[in-house]
Write a protein that binds this ligand. Structure first.
Ligand code: NI
Length: 139
């Protein structure tokens, strides 16, 4: 089994605010991330796929194809967008990095399996800042 990764970049705005809570409680729990007028991050998305290399190509997955899948189905929907209001798959959800990583998994896992004979999605790693990141393994 070998693990192959592709890194993509996007920037997006969001705020963390639970609509069922008061302004004060949101500020208390989320701090500056609750700022009503939004703030932005430069996200790094690392998609890791695992599989056995195809003997004819030596590839687990064609990274060009993986890059196109990620860009078409994820990056184009979130880049330069507001995660709370512009992004269909985030509607009605908390715009946290955790939620975003789980939604990206849902979008990509079947598409990756269909794009390769052996590859399956292994991990979505999403950096919100250089120091804060989440990993999701589909569990
Ligand atoms: Ni934030």
């Amino acid at each position: 089994m070998i693990y192959v990764s592709r890194k993509e970049h996007f920037n997006a705005a969001h705020k963390l605010a639970n609509p069922n809570w008061s302004k004060e409680k949101n500020e208390q729990v989320f701090g500056p991330c609750a700022n009503e007028n939004w703030h932005g991050h430069n996200f790094e998305l690392i998609v890791t796929v695992k599989g056995i290399p195809d003997p004819e190509t030596g590839f687990v997955i064609d990274l060009k194809k993986l890059s196109v899948l990620i860009r078409e189905h994820v990056i184009e929907k979130v880049d330069h967008k507001n995660l709370n209001v512009d992004v269909d798959f985030m509607k009605g959800k908390m715009a946290s990095t955790e939620t975003l990583a789980m939604e990206i998994w849902k979008i990509l896992s079947k598409r990756i399996e269909n794009a390769s004979t052996t590859a399956e999605l292994h991990c979505i790693k999403l950096y919100e800042t250089p120091r804060n990141f989440v990993e999701y393994y589909g569990e």
